[in-house]
Ligand binder design. Structure first.
Ligand code: FE2
Ligand code: FE2
Length: 293
């Protein structure tokens, strides 16, 4: 075994050990996650669950009152927020707020920016939800949460093994090495695998585990290939749009494999609609991010 491999094996062992210290998610998040693929419970149950977590409830109301949701009058109660925004939107927002809150704050070094990380994750969540409209069998809410969590392994590594993860990100930034390779080399495992292990620990539904594990090799997903492919597609579009935004250009879709294009964006009309909606929804993403700064 090469010395590099030995180090990486040691890192892997200590990462697996550190995963025991993985923080638990807020109770409301854990409980909502379990109900994701069950028939929806009642609005009253949802209200009761959220009201047990005052920090999340306060942020939810703040969001409900932000300009982008355009609700009439000031929303001061959870019940009214649920009535106006809808059960599914509120459930998605609560899951988002709870997960982002757990891993917000500053990273230990300058090679990983958690703000940018969450912007990417929330954008992929939003793009996945928009694209999911093409397939009535997929729930937009599941697409959203899968997009939100697809890269969760990165922020977990930043949380559990900050020094090693910084080294990995430094290697990516300075030597242009592939993310996955740099992570395995410096931390012992890559973010897709760490995300899958965390999904298991948090008892997430299986489709989330598969999205975490296979979003960089979607053809390998066996049980949930559709949602995995959808997230992989959104994950390839979002960084391109982000770059176009930095360059002050209009959004133009990147080349998409033919088979994916047929499935998720089959006509120029779909492209246009997707881009128009993205432009509106990206403002909501910023609004959510503002809750944490
Ligand atoms: Fe990833
Ligand atoms: Fe990603």
């Amino acid at each position: 075994m090469k010395p590099g491999n030995e180090t990486s094996e040691k890192m892997k062992a200590s990462l697996l050990d550190n995963l025991k210290e993985l923080p638990t998610l807020p109770t409301v998040v854990a409980q909502l996650m379990m109900t994701l693929n069950e028939p929806t419970s009642s609005a009253r149950d949802l209200e009761r669950l959220i009201s047990n977590d005052q920090a999340i409830a306060a942020r939810l109301l703040k969001l409900a009152n932000s300009a982008f949701y355009g609700l009439p009058g000031k929303v001061t109660s959870l019940g009214r927020a649920i009535t106006l925004l809808g059960f599914n939107t509120v459930r998605s927002l609560v899951l988002t707020i709870g997960v982002v809150d757990k891993f917000s704050g500053q990273s230990a070094g300058r090679y990983f920016d958690r703000g940018e990380f969450w912007e990417h994750s929330l954008s992929v969540a939003m793009a996945s939800r928009l694209l999911s409209a093409k397939d009535p069998k997929l729930s937009p809410e599941e697409a959203h949460i899968a997009g939100l969590l697809h890269d969760i392994g990165k922020v977990i590594m930043d949380f559990l093994m900050p020094e090693q993860f910084q080294l990995a990100m430094q290697e990516v930034a300075e030597n242009g090495i592939d993310h996955i390779e740099a992570e395995v080399h410096n931390v012992g495992l890559s973010h897709d695998e760490v995300g899958a292990l965390a999904s298991e620990k948090w008892r997430f539904p299986e489709f989330l585990l598969e999205v975490c594990r296979y979003h960089h090799r979607p053809d390998e997903s066996t049980n949930n290939p559709d949602v995995v492919q959808l997230i992989a597609l959104a994950d390839s579009i979002v960084p391109v749009f982000k770059q176009q935004e930095r360059d002050k250009q209009e959004y133009v879709l990147p080349d998409i494999p033919e088979q994916w294009r047929m499935r998720w964006l089959s006509t120029p009309r779909h492209d246009e609609l997707f881009i128009t909606k993205y432009e509106v929804e990206i403002e909501k993403v910023r609004d959510i991010l503002n809750l944490f700064t």
